[in-house]
Design a protein around this ligand. Structure first.
Ligand SMILES: Cc1cc2nc3c(=O)[nH]c(=O)nc-3n(C[C@H](O)[C@H](O)[C@H](O)COP(=O)(O)OP(=O)(O)OC[C@H]3O[C@@H](n4cnc5c(N)ncnc54)[C@H](O)[C@@H]3O)c2cc1C
Length: 405
């Protein structure tokens, strides 16, 4: 029996997880990325218990758990520093079924890339086209340099601005601006240690998350039209957040303007008609871009990738087209519901109209509720488990998602 062969386009969180998981199931995998995939870029990222469970399948959960730094209180504060909602991390861990590990994106990328031979990862190779193939024809991709590679499976993991999603589903409107813009930075430890928290006020959000190396992952978000930029992003952030509770002002004052990554946030409120076509699958942000307000974009990319490899376990090249509908069945409803839930969380976080008046009351109310009640709200998100390897007895099988997440 010949080894099935996959091409993965994009060596981000989803693409690397897919490559690791498919290799583990006996596939030969080649990864193509337009950039310098493993460079230490990007900022922080929270890895939730559902994603850690997926990472267990590829033996990558333990190294990620070792990066955990969060201790003490965590929750939501108002700009004056009053806790609107607070829980200690240990209680939350017990209630949520495991830790939420805040790490640096490039540390996660490094862990995911372990075991992938350097020869199988081609950087600086933009992919410009995809042919989905079918039962009797291989899938193929074309690079910007005009090379063409055929495969039994093409995994499209080229991120939120996915060119290949548009090629596979030309009638879909793609990802559109959510109305939210974000800043991210990894900053030195402030004089007053930061407790892990988000601060919400006036339709704006700041997050401070201590990292294992003592530094702080800072993020901020507000509503803004697409493309609005500031000559000095740090000066702008100081004007917006410098007067909020300590140590936000100190952290910003000690940072350099170039420390901040500023991105507008696209989302895909219209789901794709399917997450596969022929012998091609779409995963991660390319498939279901969501706002970061539930912290699940990368976690869902990891779930997608591990689910795909498990559903393809034991498949021959000829089996691939018949297996991929199981991937859509397992992933489409869950990820579409999370796009919607993230959108609603963003609306609450950035509300400035009449809803804004209700926001502190809502948060105080949830703050008064025991962590177990909050855990119930998040249970459908965090309690996900990987499907059994192979074709499920029922379409969607063990991975069938809850309708509401
Ligand atoms: C402010 C903010 C905070 C976030 N926080 C969290 C969080 O706490 N937890 C969480 O789970 N998620 C979070 N996310 C979301 C998370 O970052 C993304 O969902 C995740 O990175 C998606 O992974 P991916 O593999 O789909 O895409 P990416 O990681 O973006 O990777 C795409 C890859 O494809 C490559 N590529 C693109 N086009 C081509 C091409 N034509 N040819 C070849 N290669 C190509 C790119 O170079 C890149 O390496 C956050 C997002 C934002 C904006």
């Amino acid at each position: 029996m010949s080894h099935p062969h996959a091409i993965v386009v994009g060596a981000g969180i989803g693409g690397l997880t897919a490559a690791r998981a498919l290799r583990r199931s006996g596939w030969t995998v080649r990864i193509l990325d337009r950039g310098d995939a493993l460079a230490p870029t990007g900022a922080g990222m929270a890895v939730a218990p559902n994603a850690l469970r997926a990472l267990e399948v590829i033996d990558a959960a333990e190294p990620v758990r070792r990066l955990a730094a969060m201790q003490g209180a965590a929750g939501i504060r108002d700009p004056r520093g009053r806790w609107l909602n607070r829980s200690d991390v240990a209680t939350a861990e017990r209630a949520f079924g495991g830790p939420i590990v805040v790490t640096l994106r490039h540390q996660l990328v490094r862990i995911l890339s372990e075991g992938i031979p350097a020869a199988d990862l081609r950087t600086h190779t933009p992919v410009s086209g995809v042919e989905p193939g079918g039962p009797d024809a291989p899938a193929a991709v074309t690079t910007g340099a005009g090379e063409r590679f055929e495969a039994d499976l093409v995994v499209v993991a080229d991120g939120v601005r996915s060119r290949l999603r548009t090629a596979l589903f030309p009638e879909h409107p793609g990802a559109r601006h959510s109305g939210v813009t974000t800043w991210r930075a990894v900053l030195p430890a402030p004089p007053t240690p930061a407790e892990p928290a988000e601060t919400w006020g006036d339709g704006r959000v700041v997050g401070l998350m201590p990292l294992a190396d003592g530094r702080t992952y800072f993020y901020a978000a507000e509503r803004a039209p697409e493309g609005r930029r500031h000559p000095d992003e740090r000066a702008y952030l100081l004007s917006r957040f410098g007067h909020w509770h300590a140590p936000i002002g100190d952290l910003l004052a000690a940072a350099a303007p170039e420390d901040f990554l500023h991105h507008d946030v696209p989302e895909m409120l219209d789901p794709l008609p399917a997450l596969h076509r022929g012998r091609a699958v779409v995963l991660g942000d390319a498939a279901h871009a969501m706002t970061p307000h539930v912290g699940q974009g990368g976690c869902q990319a990891i779930e997608d990738a591990v689910t795909l490899a498990l559903l393809l376990d034991g498949a021959t090249p000829a089996d691939v087209p018949a297996r991929l509908p199981h991937y859509t069945a397992a992933r489409a409803a869950r990820t579409a519901a999370l796009v919607r839930r993230s959108h609603n969380a963003a609306r609450l976080a950035h509300a400035t109209g009449p809803v804004a008046v209700l926001r502190p009351a809502l948060l105080r109310l949830t703050g008064l509720l025991p962590t177990s009640v909050l855990a119930r709200q998040f249970a459908p998100v965090f309690s996900w488990r990987p499907p059994a390897p192979g074709v499920p007895a029922v379409p969607g099988g063990a991975a069938r998602p809850a309708r509401e997440v």
